[in-house]
Design a protein around this ligand. Structure first.
Ligand code: ADP
Ligand code: MG
Length: 304
């Protein structure tokens, strides 16, 4: 164990080193100016010289930065910032103006729950929708009117969009949801085949009910690519039927995209083809008809 005298000497040595480092750092007029603005006593500054130098370096990066992709700081988009708090100097990471703007611009996305939907579709916007082909004119008209009326009428019908692969069906509905997300309307874009698989996996767990209830009750719902799922009596009668029933009763707008027309979907849903199955499939189709306006989108494949 060190004697008290030895501890005091080594403390003094450390203090000396810190002071030297501080004096050295102050030779940079920009750093000097930076610390002067903090209005902190010299003793405190001496204690934190090294940390202050880190913060100053980040501050300098920010001064010359043009956008987030330029960021040279340790935590992208953040700036190590010294601040006096209860008489001590503390350091925290604060979002830079570019990051703050980005967070603000993408905040609307928090209103959208996307399940296995390509990320870029979360940025789909109506102003970018291809307007060149006649096939989508009617759909766009519907979507625009849906958005305008949503504030007054929360119980409008959704769309059943069917048509060729890659024609932009999911994109159009995503653009609609994004637009309303800016007005704080919550929605869910659900890639239906994968959702079923994941629901099945969580069967018997608490998560199951949570997932199920979430999409049953969300104000706007898209079941994407219905018909591409592995049809089972469970998925039809225990998942799809109650979701649609609830949404019909509550008047919650529900959208579908599919490669199938409604009558083809009926065939898919009754694939085991006994008399009872046919009735059950028929009932689902009736609910979808109740919930939506059916429209077709045939267009060239936009996937690259
Ligand atoms: P579908 O759902 O009909 O299979 P998608 O909506 O996934 O087709 O669209 C196919 C591709 O084309 C996607 O990569 C999508 O981002 C792009 N796309 C579709 N419509 C547009 C559009 N109006 N503007 C820009 N990109 C689009
Ligand atoms: Mg799609």
């Amino acid at each position: 164990m060190k004697k008290i005298g030895e501890v005091t000497t080594s403390y003094k040595l450390d203090q000396g080193k810190l002071k030297n480092a501080y004096v050295e750092a102050l030779k940079d007029p920009a750093f000097k100016n930076y610390v002067e603005h903090l209005s902190v006593s010299e003793n405190v500054l001496i204690k934190y010289t090294s940390r202050l130098e880190d913060a100053f370096e980040e501050y300098q990066h920010c001064r010359h930065c043009k956008n987030l992709s330029y960021c040279k700081n340790k935590e992208k988009g953040f700036l190590l910032t010294p601040e006096m708090q209860a008489k001590t100097l503390s350091f925290s990471y604060i979002a830079c103006p570019y990051l703050q703007k980005k967070l603000k611009d993408t905040q609307y996305q928090e209103n959208i729950y996307a399940f296995e939907i390509p990320k870029m579709l979360l940025e789909a916007s109506l102003k970018d929708v291809y307007k060149d082909d006649v096939a989508r004119k009617e759909i766009i008209k519907y979507i625009v009117s849906f958005i305008h009326q949503y504030r007054e009428d929360k119980k409008q019908k959704g769309l059943y969009l069917h048509g060729s692969f890659g024609s932009g069906k999911t994109y159009l509905v995503a653009a609609l949801f994004n637009e309303l997300a800016h007005q704080n309307v919550r929605s869910a874009l659900i890639y239906y085949p994968e959702f079923l698989r994941s629901l099945k996996e969580s069967f018997g767990q608490e998560e199951y009910k949570e997932k199920f209830e979430k999409i049953k009750k969300v104000p706007l719902l898209l079941l994407d690519d219905i018909g591409a799922e592995n049809m089972t009596p469970w998925s039809r009668d225990e998942v799809l039927a109650p979701i649609l029933q609830y949404r019909m009763e509550e008047g919650l707008p529900t959208f579908f995209t599919s490669n199938f027309t409604l009558s083809e979907l009926e065939g898919h849903l009754s694939s085991s083809s006994t008399g009872v199955e046919k009735v059950k499939a028929r009932r689902i189709i009736e609910r979808i008809k109740e919930l939506t306006v059916e429209m077709q989108l045939v267009s060239k494949n936009r996937r690259s």
